[in-house]
Design a protein around this ligand. Sequence first.
Ligand code: PLP
Length: 290
Amino acid sequence: MITNSIYDVHVKRIHEYKRQLLNALHVITLYNRIKADPTAKIVPRTVMFGGKAAPGYHMAKQIIKLINSVATVVNNDPIVGDKLKIVYLENYRVSMAEKIIPAADLSEQISTAGTEASGTGNMKFMLNGALTIGTLDGANVEMMEECGKENIFIFGMTVDDVTELQKRGYNANDFIAKNAELAQCIDQIETGYFTQDSPDLLKDLANSIRHHDRFLVCADYEAFIKKQDEVSQTFLDRQKWIKMCLHNIASCGKFSTDRTISEYATQIWGVEPNSIRLAAPYEGAEGTNE
Ligand SMILES: *Cc1c(COP(=O)(O)O)cnc(C)c1O
């Protein structure tokens, strides 16, 4: 890994609605751009994925296989060099989150609008000074309200857009046909470009993208790629990037558990705090009772 590259981190359970696949398509797109024009200036990235899949969740395992297959090709291509590196973090868990989240530059929170109840990973990254690329979904909405829309990279369909598209009748192939970069990625997955010793390995994934794209990956692809290009350009402006980080850190107080629990107490449970204050662990056994 090189330290002047964007540490672009996507860690959470592997699920189709969380759209690790959309992020993988961005990585493939960057790879294809480098291959098409090896001398073009690109902002280096180290893209880290981490997370477990439920044992019987076939599509999640196909996505993990795709990421690792792309990583093998990209990381060993001398044309790519240090411009793009892909890491699959094995055994992602809290003790690893404690190390990875503070090291991140960019937090991936890209679920389909209307699918993530809240998310908590998004807040951990914000608190630790990473910038977020995300959809208007779950607590990303409140994060934007707190830090201001100029300090977060929001892209893609809203809940209303999703509803409208579903009503109109969504066909992933319409979006694939209209975008040459997306078409190239899908073709590469379909024809086994990244899995050359078993070309049919990811055929279920390819079939799912074209015919059962329930989480609208293809519909949000173009907006995602555009926003990622903006992230890269912003990263080059060190002052601007750092200022954005500070705005995030300074405005994440709402996500304190103290605020959360006291709202639950008054609004949901209907209980009042009593006058006895329990000791915090660092205060010793008795605590105080002022
Ligand atoms: C916070 C956390 C999660 C939840 O992440 P989301 O992005 O909210 O899905 C999952 N696993 C670990 C280890 C975490 O620390």
